[in-house]
Design a protein around this ligand. Structure first.
Ligand code: SAM
Length: 292
């Protein structure tokens, strides 16, 4: 087995060899701790029958751990300067393919069909670029890719919001948007010291697992998210006030909103943050005919 990329010494050597300078605008904070990488990969429960999709391989720190544990790895990297570096650092592995692309613009489903055909078990595993964590997660989830789940590192504050339960400070429309698609839990928190350069914020790894049965079935997913976003528009306001001010012509249609709340058995004086995803689902279905 070749020596790990993710040691402080080897990482410095690689960066020096290629004269690489970090781009803060691309969220480039590279992992330099093999133990953290080992833990991330073990949460993904990969076997040689699994495939892994990575977003942002950097110089390949996580990629090589994935290559050792999975049958095939596909990694999307936006920064062209990293392509020759990755070709070099990942040369010991013949089961890795780098796709030079902004993952937000990539057709991930097509790449999966092309490069991971035959793999029934696919996980997304990544140390995400923090400036686009939420758009990346939402994109991958809304595309309903045939994946088992994700193990992804992000800013701890975002991880807290994604995994939050009702009636907590961190609970909001992001919790609903992600938990609608997958079970979300924090796998571990990670100190700043395991990166170079060190980020300004604390980090956490979350594990997302596809639901066996959906937590709620709704008529229109987009509208569920519209209702939940509207309900959290001003956290201190009641759900009735928020819906009135956020839904189209909500002020004039107060009676219809009240009827929907009553139908869903939700007290109009409650705050959005107390509603479960099931309650949001029921409410969205009842509001749908009059507000979409
Ligand atoms: N995986 C490496 C590690 O753990 O050391 C690097 C992680 S670093 C936090 C994020 C990586 O994502 C960088 O390599 C960056 O260039 C890349 N990146 C940033 N935005 C991206 C995007 N929109 N699509 C694909 N890769 C992106």
């Amino acid at each position: 087995m070749s020596k790990d990329i993710a040691t402080p010494k080897r990482t410095q050597e690689i960066l020096k060899k290629y004269g690489f300078s970090f781009k803060k605008s691309l969220g480039q904070n590279f992992l330099i701790d093999p133990n953290v990488l080992h833990n991330i990969v073990s949460h993904a429960k990969l076997t040689k029958e699994s495939a892994a999709i990575e977003i942002g391989p950097g110089i390949g720190a996580l990629t090589e751990h994935l290559a050792r544990n999975a049958g095939q790895v596909v990694a999307f990297e936006i920064d062209q300067r990293l392509l020759p570096v990755l070709e070099d650092t990942l040369s010991p592995y013949d089961n890795v393919e780098i796709v030079h692309s902004d993952v937000l613009k990539a057709n991930v489903a097509e790449v999966m069909q092309d490069k991971l055909a035959g793999f029934k078990d696919v996980m997304v595993v990544a140390n995400l670029p923090y400036y686009v964590t939420t758009p990346i997660l939402i994109k991958l989830l809304m595309e309903k890719l045939p994946i088992r789940g994700m193990v992804v590192m992000m800013q701890k504050e975002v991880a807290d919001r994604i995994t939050a339960s009702p009636s907590t400070k961190a609970y909001g429309s992001l919790s609903i948007a992600i938990q609608y698609y997958m079970k979300a839990e924090i796998a571990m928190t990670v100190p700043k010291t395991v990166f170079i350069p060190q980020p300004n914020v604390d980090s956490a790894v979350i594990k997302l697992t596809r639901h066996e049965t959906a937590p709620v079935n709704v008529l229109d997913e987009d509208f569920l998210f519209t209702v939940s976003r509207s309900s959290f528009a001003q956290r201190r306001k009641t759900i009735l006030n928020n819906l009135q001010s956020q839904l189209p012509h909500g002020k004039e249609k107060k009676d219809l909103i009240l009827a929907a709340l009553e139908g869903a058995n939700i007290d109009p004086a409650r705050r959005g943050e107390t509603l479960t995803i099931q309650e949001f689902g029921k409410l969205a279905d009842l509001l749908l005919p009059d507000f979409k």
